[in-house]
Design a binder for this molecule. Structure first.
Ligand SMILES: [Zn+2]
Length: 588
C-alpha cells in the first residue's frame, strides 16, 4: 500500500474562491465609452457557474432594468451555508434609477435572491408570469411575512414601458410553466434575454414556445441575444414532452404493483402528466412532500394542474387500497436528505415504507453535484426491495434546456448582431459561442463576460469592456445575510476538520506568574487518549506564560498569540493536526 504523504505544517487555507485569481483580460476588451447614453449589460451572477445565482442588469444612461435574482446552492467547501445570492453592491446608491425587475420563471436559481434583495433596493416593481408571481409571494411569506412585494402579472405578448425600456414578453418551453423570455427595446438597440428555455414545439400548448412572436422580434432587428448556455455542450435537440408522455403511458400500462414517482416539485407539467396518466389507468395519487403539496395547490388555483376532485387521496384512504390502486407522487429525486423519498428509503418516514414489488420512478435528471447522493438513495431503495426506472433507462424525463440544435434554431429566428452566452460555467459559455458561430454570428460578435464585467453597445457596436465590478459571494445562513464570509468559513472548515482546543490560563496580575491552567478540547482526539497529551499542553502554556516578555500585560493580544503559536507547534508535532486554538486569559 502506498504510504500516505507526510503532513506538512500549513495554515488552513480558505476555500478557492477567497483566492480567485484576477481574471485575464479577454481578447478585444476595450476601455469603457465616455458617452453617457450607452447601452450596458452587466451580468451580476450566473456567468461563472451552472444553475447559479442568475442576475443581469440592463442599463441605458442611468436607468436600470434587472433580469432575474436567483440563488446558488453552496459547494462542499462552504459548511453551514444555506445558499448564495447575487452580490448587488453595484446597485447600491442607484435605487431610484431601477425601473423594474423581471423574473423570467419560478425556479430558485432565478428567484431565490428576491426575498432577501428586493426590500434592500427600495422595493422596485417586479414583472413575472402568474405562476412565478404566486411562487414569489409564497417565498416572501415564508421568509419575511411583514414585507410585501410589488408584483405585476404579465403574459406572453404583453408589452410594457419601464422608463427608457420597452419590454415585450414571449412564452418559452421550460420545465416549469409560465416561463417567459423578453425583448427589451432601448434607444441603442434591442436586447433579447431567453431566461431558461428549450424549443419544444410539441409541448402542451400551455408550455409551448411562442415561435410566432420570436419571429416578429427577429424581423424588427436584434442587437444582442443573451442566451441560456446550460445544455450548450449537448448535441441535437432536447427530448420533447410528447416523447415523455408516450413513455409515461407505456410505464403505467406495464406496472402491476405500487408506483412511487419522484420528480421536481416545480415541474408542474410533469405532475400534470402523472395525474392524467393515473386517472386513465384507474390509480389514485397520494402526494408526499411539503413543496410538492404547496406547488400542486398553487398550480390548481392558476389552472396549471387539473384533475378530478377524488384523484388525490389521503394516506387513510390509500391504506385501504391494493398496491395497484394508487401511486405515490413525491419530492426527493435529487437525493435530498429531508425529502420524502430519502425518508422512505431510510425507513424514517412516518408511515410509508418500501414494500416488495414497489416500482420507484425517477422522472428527473441528476443535477451535477448530486450524483453521489442519488446513487446512495437508489442503493437504499434497492436494498429495501424496490425496483427502479430512471430517465437513462426510458425517456421519462425531458431536460428543460435547449441543446445545440435548439439554440441554433433560435439564433436563426432572431438573427442577432451580437451573441452573449449567459447561465453557465465558462466552458458552457464557450460551447454556446461555437454554436452561434456555426449559426452565422461572426466570431468577434460573441461577447463573453465574467460576473460583474460590463458589456457596452455604442454607435451600433458591441464590445466587452475592461470594467469589472467586484462580485463577492453573499452567503445566506439561517437569518443572516452576508454575515458569513470567507474567514467564518475558514473557521468552520478548521473546526470540522481538526476540532478545537480552548486554553483557560489564570495569571497572577502582580508577578505575571502562571496560575491554574485548564485545557478543553472538542473533536481532536478521544478523551481516553488525552491524559498525557493534555498535561503536555499545560506544560507548554505554562512555559509560554513564564517566557513572556516582562512588559507584556496578561490581557494583551501578543500573549494570547504567543500561547496559540507555541501550542499549535506542539499539537502539530504530536498529531499532525491543526485544531482551532482559543486562549482565554483570566487575571487572578
Ligand atoms: Zn429554470
Amino acid at each position: 500500500m502506498a504510504k500516505r504523504p507526510k503532513a506538512r505544517m500549513r495554515r488552513p487555507d480558505g476555500p478557492n474562491y477567497t483566492r480567485r485569481p484576477q481574471p485575464k483580460p479577454k481578447d478585444g476588451e476595450r476601455a469603457p465609452s465616455e458617452n453617457g447614453n450607452v447601452l450596458k449589460i452587466i451580468p451580476l451572477g450566473g456567468n461563472e457557474e451552472t444553475g447559479g445565482r442568475n442576475c443581469s442588469v440592463i442599463q441605458y444612461g442611468r436607468e436600470l432594468l434587472i433580469v432575474d435574482m436567483g440563488l446558488q446552492w453552496p459547494e462542499d467547501d462552504m459548511p453551514g451555508v444555506d445558499y448564495i445570492i447575487p452580490d448587488v453592491s453595484f446597485l447600491r446608491g442607484k435605487e431610484k434609477d431601477i425601473r423594474g425587475v423581471i423574473i423570467t420563471h419560478g425556479h430558485y436559481d432565478h428567484t431565490g435572491g428576491v426575498p432577501h434583495i428586493i426590500p434592500t433596493l427600495g422595493n422596485p416593481p417586479i414583472y413575472a408570469s402568474d405562476l412565478t408571481c404566486a411562487m414569489l409571494q409564497k417565498k416572501m411569506e415564508d421568509i419575511a411575512p411583514e414585507k410585501k412585494l410589488r408584483l405585476n402579472k404579465v403574459k406572453s405578448r404583453d408589452r410594457i414601458k419601464l422608463g427608457a425600456f420597452r419590454v415585450e414578453f414571449f412564452a418559452l418551453s421550460h420545465n416549469i410553466p409560465g416561463s417567459l423570455g423578453i425583448a427589451v427595446e432601448t434607444p441603442a438597440g434591442r436586447v433579447v434575454h431567453t431566461g431558461d428555455f428549450k424549443l419544444d414545439l410539441h409541448a402542451h400548448v400551455s408550455n409551448r414556445t411562442d415561435i410566432e412572436t420570436i419571429k416578429q422580434i427577429g424581423d424588427k432587428g436584434v442587437m444582442c441575444l443573451m442566451c441560456d448556455s446550460t445544455n450548450s455542450y449537448a448535441p441535437g435537440h432536447q427530448v420533447s414532452e410528447e416523447e415523455v408522455e408516450k413513455n409515461v403511458e407505456l410505464m403505467f400500462s406495464q406496472t402491476k404493483g405500487r408506483m412511487i414517482v419522484a420528480t421536481f416539485a416545480s415541474l408542474l407539467s410533469r405532475v400534470q402528466q402523472i395525474l392524467v396518466a393515473a386517472e386513465r389507468h384507474n390509480r389514485k395519487v397520494l402526494v408526499e412532500g411539503f413543496s410538492m403539496k404547496t406547488n400542486i395547490e398553487i398550480g390548481k388555483q392558476l389552472g396549471y394542474i387539473r384533475c378530478k376532485p377524488n384523484t388525490i387521496i389521503t394516506w387513510e384512504e390509500a391504506q385501504k387500497m391494493p398496491p395497484h390502486g394508487y401511486l405515490i407522487l413525491c419530492t426527493g429525486a435529487q437525493g435530498e436528505d429531508n425529502a420524502a423519498l430519502m425518508r422512505i428509503a431510510n425507513r424514517e418516514h412516518k408511515y410509508l415504507h418500501i414494500e416488495r414489488g414497489d416500482l420507484v420512478v425517477f422522472s428527473s435528471s441528476v443535477i451535477p453535484g448530486n450524483d453521489r447522493a442519488v446513487s446512495r438513495l437508489k442503493d437504499g431503495l434497492l436494498r429495501e426491495g424496490a425496483s427502479i426506472i430512471d430517465s437513462k433507462m426510458l425517456d421519462i424525463h425531458a431536460g428543460g434546456h435547449a441543446k445545440q440544435e435548439d439554440i441554433a434554431d433560435l439564433i436563426k429566428l432572431l438573427r442577432p448582431k451580437y451573441f452573449m452566452p449567459i447561465e453557465g460555467n465558462y466552458g458552457s459559455l464557450l460551447e454556446n459561442k461555437q454554436i452561434a458561430i456555426r449559426a452565422g454570428v461572426p466570431e468577434n460578435n460573441n461577447l463573453i463576460a465574467d460576473n460583474g464585467q460590463v458589456v457596452e453597445f455604442h454607435s451600433g457596436q458591441g464590445y466587452v469592456t475592461s470594467v469589472r465590478h467586484p462580485i463577492e459571494y453573499v452567503f445566506v445562513d439561517g437569518l443572516g445575510i452576508g454575515d458569513v464570509n470567507a474567514l467564518v468559513l475558514r473557521d468552520r472548515k478548521q473546526l470540522a476538520g481538526d476540532g478545537m482546543i480552548v486554553v483557560i490560563a489564570q495569571i497572577n496580575t502582580r508577578g505575571g506568574k502562571p496560575g491554574k491552567i485548564d485545557v478543553i478540547s472538542r473533536g481532536l482526539t478521544h478523551m481516553k487518549e488525552q491524559g498525557r497529551f493534555i498535561s503536555g499542553m499545560i506544560a507548554v502554556v505554562k512555559k509560554s506564560v513564564a517566557d513572556k516578555e516582562p512588559r507584556m500585560k496578561p490581557q494583551e493580544k501578543d500573549l494570547r498569540d504567543k500561547i496559540r503559536r507555541d501550542l499549535e507547534k506542539f499539537v502539530f508535532q504530536r498529531t499532525h493536526r491543526q485544531p482551532m486554538i482559543v486562549p482565554v486569559i483570566i487575571e487572578a
